[in-house]
Design a protein around this ligand. Structure first.
Ligand code: FMN
Length: 231
């Protein structure tokens, strides 16, 4: 299994015409690499191993992932959400069922999840199909959230255009009055989880000279086949 490594020196910034030069930014990845023989039998186990290593390496919010969906006109949309569960059934996140991403998924359940672990030279990309999480499972997660987040879920019609910040703050104030401390906050009807059932999972390990390792699990019936991709 490739050691978790990243460049120890921070590159000196270069400026071009007064602006920070993106083209001059160059990171050299020095990793032992990822071999087929290193991999766990299924991508969920492999994900669990890398997730623990990324956390141990000190990366903040390693559960932050970019979720990409496609709307009815074929236009993609991406946003960051937090992974809140993973096992052999799939990868779970929670959101507003009235949001743009939920509307996209209602028309096209295919989704991409990207874990941007580049500070340690890694990336995981999941391709799959999203299904709504059972309301009883959503309720367990909702009630584990801080009270402020529970009320926040009620206060936000996520993705809708609002007139002002005050509109959001006053909705929150009204909810504070409606659900005083000690009063349980019910799960909003339009809020819940999505579980992404993986069809492919790629593990990307940065290597020297841009000759990275890319190993992808592809689902074949009940089994997983592993293929290596050119970097
Ligand atoms: C670090 C981070 C974590 C986030 N986590 C979530 C989340 O778990 N669920 C969620 O609905 N939005 C989350 N968001 C907000 C989303 O990125 C996005 O703004 C929101 O879900 C609306 O997206 P949509 O209009 O494309 O549906 C997070 C944003 C960031 C930057």
């Amino acid at each position: 299994m490739g050691r978790v490594t990243h460049a120890d020196e921070f590159p000196a910034p270069e400026f071009h015409g007064g602006a920070l030069d993106a083209a001059a930014m160059r990171e050299q990845y020095r990793s032992e690499g990822l071999l087929e023989s290193d991999l766990a039998p299924d991508p969920y186990e492999q994900f669990a191993i890398w997730f623990a290593q990324v956390f141990a390496a000190g990366l903040r919010e390693p559960n932050a992932m970019v979720v990409s969906t496609v709307d009815a006109e074929g236009r993609p949309g991406s946003r960051t959400v937090l992974l809140k569960g993973y096992d052999e059934r799939g990868f779970v996140f929670y959101t507003n069922y009235g949001s743009r991403k939920a509307a996209d998924l209602a028309g096209n359940p295919y989704v991409s999840l990207l874990f941007p672990w580049h500070p340690i030279g890694r990336q995981v990309i999941v391709g799959g199909r999203a299904e709504r999480v059972d309301p009883s499972e959503t309720a367990v997660y909702f009630h584990s959230r801080p009270r402020g987040s529970q009320l926040g879920a009620w206060a936000s019609a996520q993705s809708a255009v609002v007139a002002s910040r005050e509109e959001i703050d006053s909705a929150y104030e009204r909810l504070l009055a409606r659900y005083p401390e000690g009063e349980p906050v019910p799960v909003p009807t339009g809020w819940g989880g999505f579980r992404v059932i993986a069809e492919s999972v790629e593990f990307w390990q940065g290597r020297e000279n841009r000759l990275h390792d890319r190993l992808r699990y592809v689902r074949e019936g009940q089994a997983w086949r592993v293929e290596r991709l050119s970097p």
